[in-house]
Write a protein that binds this ligand. Structure first.
Ligand code: HEM
Length: 192
């Protein structure tokens, strides 16, 4: 497998993991289990990273475990970008940006827990999550663009085309700002 191919597969993998982490985060929020693991980084602050997988702790811990896989995949992405994508600086920059975002998000997740789910922190946590997803998706689209099936590319072109304006039902009655027929200009009654 070539370096570019490794990189573009890694971008898709990271997008999928980010989506899964966001869904599991929503599950934590919706089920009210944000403090089921009251400490960070380990669940109960005892350095045990394998807590009993039951009840609310299972909901909260599954989100953190998925976040760990996501952070690892974005780290691999950054390494692959550094190794194979130096000649495509936009891809390299986006990879570095997503690495910065995922690290900030994990640290912010810790702050969310340590500050008992304060609303501004939870909102910032959601804000970074959606920004990270957007950037990873953009990265995946750009990295895979050259290999995209041509029918997808032509679908995108068609989606961007403007349809022609609807025909004028009664050209004589509707005033036209730029009439092509000069006789219509003189036909317009003058005021005063
Ligand atoms: C690094 C990738 C992460 C992403 C993309 C992510 C994303 C999310 C999302 C989307 C939510 C739902 C927020 C909402 O519905 O308003 C959430 C909730 C939450 N996340 Fe994360 N998260 C990440 C990492 C972490 C980590 C490492 C922790 C560590 C403690 C954490 C702790 C929490 C908690 C406690 C909630 C629930 C907040 C509440 O119940 O009010 N997250 N996360």
């Amino acid at each position: 497998m070539r370096g570019h191919d490794l990189f573009r597969c890694a971008t898709i993998f990271a997008v999928v993991l980010c989506y899964a982490t966001i869904l599991l985060g929503g599950n934590v929020m919706a089920s009210g289990n944000g403090l089921a693991c009251p400490s960070w980084p380990s669940c109960y602050g005892n350095g045990n990273f394998l807590p009993a997988f039951q009840g609310g702790a299972a909901v909260e811990w599954s989100h953190r475990v998925m976040a760990f896989f996501l952070a690892s995949s974005v780290l691999v992405l950054g390494v692959l970008a550094g190794a194979f994508e130096r000649r495509r600086p936009a891809l390299l920059r986006l990879s570095v940006l997503s690495l910065g975002l995922v690290v900030s998000e994990a640290l912010l997740g810790g702050l969310v827990v340590k500050n008992a789910l304060q609303a501004p922190l939870v909102i910032a946590h959601l804000g970074i999550a959606t920004a990270l997803f957007g950037i990873l998706l953009l990265l995946a689209l750009l990295a895979n663009f050259r290999e995209m099936p041509s029918r997808w590319v032509s679908w995108a072109r068609r989606a961007l085309e403007e349809s022609p304006p609807p025909p004028d039902p009664d050209p004589a009655r509707s005033p036209h700002p730029f009439p092509s027929d000069p006789s219509r200009v003189s036909a317009t009654p003058r005021e005063g």
